[in-house]
Ligand binder design. Sequence first.
Ligand SMILES: Cc1cc2nc3c(=O)[nH]c(=O)nc-3n(C[C@H](O)[C@H](O)[C@H](O)COP(=O)(O)OP(=O)(O)OC[C@H]3O[C@@H](n4cnc5c(N)ncnc54)[C@H](O)[C@@H]3O)c2cc1C
Length: 493
Amino acid sequence: MKQILLYFLFMFFVFITHGNSDSTREKYKVIIIGAGISGIGAATHLLKNNFSDIAILEASNRLGGRVYTAPFGDFLIEYGAQWVHGQDSNVVYEIAQPHNFFYVQALDFKNSFVKHSDSKVNLSVVNNWLFDEALGLFYNTDDLISCNCSMEDYFDNKFEELIKKKNVDEYTAQAVADHAKKSQGVHDGTDNLEEEGSWGNSQFIIINGSFTVAWKTGYHSFIDILMGKYEGKELPIIQKTKFNKVVQTINWKGNEVELICEDGTHYFADHIIVTVSLGVLKFSAKTMFNPPLPGNKLIAIESLGFDIVDKIFIQFETRWWPMNFEYMINFLWTNEDKQRFKNESKYGGWGTEIIGFHFVENQPRILEGWVIGETAYLLETLSDDEIIGAVMEVLNWFVGNEYTFSQPINITRSAWASNPFVRGSYSFRTVKSDRLEFTSADIIAEPLSFNQTNPVILFAGEASHNKYFSTVHGALETGWREAKRILNFYLHL
Ligand SMILES: Cc1cc2nc3c(=O)[nH]c(=O)nc-3n(C[C@H](O)[C@H](O)[C@H](O)COP(=O)(O)OP(=O)(O)OC[C@H]3O[C@@H](n4cnc5c(N)ncnc54)[C@H](O)[C@@H]3O)c2cc1C
């Protein structure tokens, strides 16, 4: 009897010290939360420097995060990152270029615009110079800095000056302003230019070279390159990654961190690198960390913008679009045209917000369209048939008289807002973050340290880059930055 009692006492002790029997208790020197490009970048840098006691906890069942190449149609599509933005000193370009993975192309809007046959837009003015000049307004760094206002106010004022000076008619001006704002919205990741800050936007550095360097075999090839697949010495990233591990709680005490996942598993580490998106931080930063994050970090997270950009891919039986459209078709809408379209639409008229379609490398039968902000949120709730219906309405409106096309045979779209492990597309700077006395990206990047010297909780991810935010090259540099921070700490012990 006494032995049975002792046994139960022992089992009770085991239970209260180790939690329930489902939980595992694993300890690592470094745990990286998230296997997007910043997480993989941090892991590969640590492994290359013989720092192998690491693990990656990834919420989804794949590597890459917002780099998401998938088979569709005749080849591959990119739900997320599509192009390498710039060549000179772009770390992605530099690493991948020797492997001959790229098509270097120039995105030229000239001659890509179409209008409804009855529209009052002067198409040749748009195609020849006005659109290029209008879009160029967004890139005058000095003016953006001195305006220190919303991107909406900035653009409206500059554009007004331009059309007055060049004597552009009202309808052409309306259509160009509408398209320029949408195109810039895709670039910046929002349809809310009133929220976007001109000063913060001026801090984004555009790298010289083509802005649309495309991958021959999908952006996913970059993950293979990072892992060393083409150098004959593949780093064990896949082996180090635990998939379907949604980190829910981060308990930090002294120089140890405990991570608790949604499935009840516990992990311990001396250092963690948090690489989750700004969208995830906005959603969970207040509840995830124990003790809570410092006030200025929460303000920085809240102040930056994280909106939504989505893509639609439509596959046709055969290519029907003309060869003289080299790369894309862009739609022009005056206010009057929009209203007329909406009155006739069977699908709520949201097709007016599809910016245009471009062609996809190695995909002769696919058109890729982009939508932003409110329309993207709507898109994510619609059925395939509703999307196809709206797309066909738009195509018929613009080019239905000229070309014959049959119903699409397949469709897919991204759904970045509904993805609980991303919750948006990419970060942008806001009027609010411009008004703070600190740079939000720098505050997000600041580690939480033990004894002021030992970085225990570190932060990476595109939003924490102060000049290459919203990009893959920015994400990669932040992963390296945090891996180096840990290596430096041990170097100076
Ligand atoms: C539609 C779209 C188009 C884009 N186009 C381009 C482009 O052409 N060129 C370009 O340079 N950039 C582009 N980008 C931006 C680029 O994709 C991102 O900047 C970059 O991939 C971000 O990498 P990251 O590591 O910072 O974050 P992420 O890729 O978001 O990685 C974070 C990882 O953390 C995981 N995670 C989240 N929560 C948890 C949790 N609780 N526990 C565990 N894991 C978690 C996620 O699943 C994810 O894998 C585009 C993005 C989108 C959405």
